[in-house]
Design a protein around this ligand. Structure first.
Ligand code: S3P
Length: 423
């Protein structure tokens, strides 16, 4: 992809359904004997892995008039099962929680990029609950799971991870007694919301600043859900509007789940004008979000804010190149364990384009404003870096050539067409 020139972006656009919510809706619907109806499922390539997994779990999946109808099997199937999770970490980790409760042997496989990501974090609590979980050397996938009788545990997350939290809560649906997950720093809460909407006995408590979520065994009811627009795809468009003078963008019907709107709060803190419209509420609320360009100033983000902002931090780095002062992000070491090491990929790419950026073990510092220049950059196969570098191309003085834009489809297949519609 080649992108040049800086022209104001203006328009009202929509984005496809939220990826995180879609993964969960599909996997949870596969666990209910009652029919579920899901509208507006994500087009993100990653979500196909969860649909495949739902079918491997015995669910019947039908697409009808833009609606997905899913009916789960009466029981988790027995015997040997192998599931290819593609490039989707969410599919692999959530599925591990479900398969921990299944009598039989399962193998979770994936693309080489997924096989390089840490899986011990999910294996550990599932072993505590009674499953036998094997990882490859270095605690990586493939995951080999021999599931069966589980016992409820109280588990404090050592790393703030919604995926690990979700795996433990899902295993808790079959465990004897209650399962409690403590999260010292809040992470996205879609699993809890959808489980509650499906009738699970789930409760939230706050003790000395620590959020704990308890769950007991349950038969899930069917789910009826309109998936809100993807908050992280909307963040890309919001960042584009905030970066380019004269721009404004409205994204229709996007997720305003409070665990997904931290980026909008940071944008406002940096000086952009952010407006959130009215919402009809529901388990997963949606509203129109409008962002307008204003002169930007630097911000500081520490570990307490990172988990609710983690997928948007590469966008923040790009915003920081156009903001007055030095933006510092700390406590974001988790970025090194995403699809690729997003800290080094980001620093390398932005530097090539003339940004003033310093790398630290758990974050980065970016000074601005600077005029970016053209150059060749590599997303290293990461969809979020590919989008950040493509946006950089809108600001740079010369041509920016981004290698690996085909990976954008992992989360936001409509990125190019939506961007074109804004010009
Ligand atoms: C996700 C949680 C986050 C996020 C990922 C999606 C989810 O990962 O980075 O893109 O849907 O639960 P972690 O839970 O590993 O932090």
């Amino acid at each position: 992809m080649r992108s040049t020139g800086a022209r104001a972006l203006q328009g009202v656009v929509g984005v496809s359904g939220d990826k995180s919510i879609s993964h969960r809706a599909v996997l949870l619907a596969a666990l209910s004997r009652e029919p579920s109806k899901i509208r507006g499922l994500a087009t993100a390539r990653d979500c196909r892995a969860s649909l495949r997994a739902a079918e491997r779990l015995g669910a019947v999946v039908l697409q009808r008039d833009g609606e997905l109808q899913i009916r789960g099997a009466p029981e988790l199937p027995g015997g040997e099962l192998s599931v290819d999770c593609g490039r989707s970490g969410t599919t692999m980790r959530l599925l591990a929680g479900i398969l921990a409760a299944r009598k039989g042997d399962s193998v979770l496989l994936g693309d080489p990029q997924l096989l390089a990501r840490p899986m011990e974090r999910v294996a550990l609590p599932l072993r505590e609950m009674g499953a036998v979980v094997g990882t490859a050397p270095g605690g990586r996938a493939p995951l080999r799971i021999r599931g069966g009788r589980l016992a409820g545990v109280r588990y404090r997350l050592p790393v703030a991870s919604a995926q690990v939290k979700s795996a433990v809560l899902l295993a808790g649906l079959w465990a004897e007694g209650r399962t409690v997950v403590e999260e010292p720093v809040p992470t996205r809460d879609h699993t809890e919301r959808l489980l509650a909407a499906m009738g699970a006995s789930i409760e939230e408590r706050w003790e000395e600043g620590v959020r704990s979520i308890g769950i007991g065994p349950a038969q899930l009811q069917g789910l009826e859900l309109e998936v809100p627009g993807d908050a992280s795809s909307a963040a890309v468009l919001a960042a584009a509007a905030a970066l380019i003078p004269g721009s404004w963008v409205t994204v229709r019907s996007v997720s305003i789940n409070p665990t997904r709107t931290a980026f909008l709060r940071v944008l406002a803190e940096m000086g952009a004008a952010v407006e959130v419209g009215d919402s009809a509420g529901g388990a997963e609320a949606a509203a129109d979000v409008t962002v307008r360009h204003r002169p930007l100033r630097a911000v500081e983000v520490g570990a307490d804010r990172v988990p609710l902002l983690v997928d948007e931090l590469p966008l923040l780095a790009l915003l920081a190149t156009q903001a007055e002062g030095t933006t510092v992000v700390r406590g974001a070491g988790e970025l090194r364990f995403k699809e690729v090491d997003r800290i080094s990929g980001l620093v390398e790419g932005l530097r090539r384009l003339g940004a003033l950026v310093e790398e630290s073990p758990d974050g980065f510092a970016v000074s601005g404003p600077v005029r970016l220049r053209g150059g060749a950059v590599d997303s290293m196969g990461d969809h979020r870096l590919a989008m950040v570098f493509s946006l950089a191309g809108l600001l740079a003085e010369g041509d920016v050539r981004v290698a690996g834009t085909e990976f954008i489809g992992d989360s936001f297949p409509e990125f190019s067409s939506v961007m074109r519609s804004l010009r």
